[in-house]
Design a protein around this ligand. Structure first.
Ligand SMILES: [Mn+2]
Length: 294
């Protein structure tokens, strides 16, 4: 048997979905271990049949694994990811700590610029990750959204979902960027996921918007996702996160997602890695039924 079993194709030309890993966690602030996630998710996939939670076969997904890219030099990582994003299909990037979104989102921005689409980030995370500098670094996992705005993403085209843990400097940054679209976890609990989806779909339904979905597993409550470096109480449920992610992919022009901050050494019986992997399989189903794959 092999990773991703019946979904994996040997030749890039045959693929309609592409996956890569960035096994890098040197920019994590508290708990480390996210560098092991790409390996562990691939290994667990040996044991996962190609079916979603409703029993739908997923073999219309033709997945090509582009392997791992180094996170040691972000300008090199960005170049690698620009090539990765040039593959024609849906793109999945496995982190790594959330700092890997810095080169990924920059590569995505360049890719959109070439195509003439308007780049959007939807960032689902317990934390806004909008520190300018954290722990003396501009490349901390607490910084990717600040770096994205600096790089050229427009405030109004960045949506943060599931936020509930802040640094004081981030509150100040929010005041300077009133156009940022922020839904705290408590906002989502009050609004309900279906209503949240309606609002986001109305905002981004024009196909000129090309969306990068950045999924930090700590958006989920630590009860569901304990294996992460910065667990944050009062989070979203598994059904809420998967409904948000798949609901947006079903209806919007989402061409790339990352899955970051799964830290296998901090996990319990691989609960968090399994959540990530099972979520990817739900994404596969939604790509198939909405004819998002060539
Ligand atoms: Mn994050």
């Amino acid at each position: 048997m092999k990773e991703f079993r019946d979904l994996l194709v040997e030749r890039k030309e045959d693929a309609n979905a592409f996956i890569c890993g960035i096994p890098f966690d040197k920019n994590a602030s508290v708990g480390k271990g996210a560098s092991e996630a790409p390996r562990v998710l691939r290994e667990l996939s040996y044991d996962l049949p190609a079916l979603d939670m409703q029993g739908n076969l997923l073999t219309d997904v033709k997945l090509y694994d582009c392997g791992d890219f180094s996170g040691e030099d972000f300008s090199k990582t960005q170049k690698d990811l620009e090539n990765f994003l040039n593959n024609d299909g849906f793109h999945i990037i496995l982190g790594g700590d959330h700092s890997v979104a810095i080169p990924s989102e920059r590569a995505f921005f360049e890719n959109c610029k070439r195509k003439g689409t308007t780049p959007v980030i939807i960032h689902m995370d317990a934390h806004p990750d909008i520190c300018d500098v954290y722990d003396g670094s501009k490349f901390s996992h607490a910084c990717p959204i600040f770096r994205a705005l600096e790089y050229g993403f427009e405030d109004g085209n960045v949506t943060l979902l599931g936020i509930r843990g802040f640094e004081a400097q981030e509150i100040e940054t929010f005041k300077k960027h009133p156009q940022l679209d922020v839904y705290k976890t408590i906002d989502i609990k009050k609004l309900g996921v279906e209503n949240l989806l309606k609002v986001l779909i109305a905002k981004y339904k024009d196909p000129k918007y090309e969306i990068y979905f950045s999924y930090d597993i700590d958006a989920n409550d630590p009860a569901y996702a304990p294996g992460t470096g910065t667990p944050e109480a009062f989070g979203l449920t598994n059904f809420e996160t998967v409904t948000i992610l798949t609901g947006l992919i079903a209806t919007l022009n989402v061409t790339c997602m990352d899955l970051v901050e799964i830290a296998p050494p901090l996990d319990v019986n691989n609960i968090t890695s399994w959540l990530g992997l099972k979520t990817l399989y739900e994404v596969f189903h939604i790509l198939i039924v909405n004819k998002k794959l060539k």
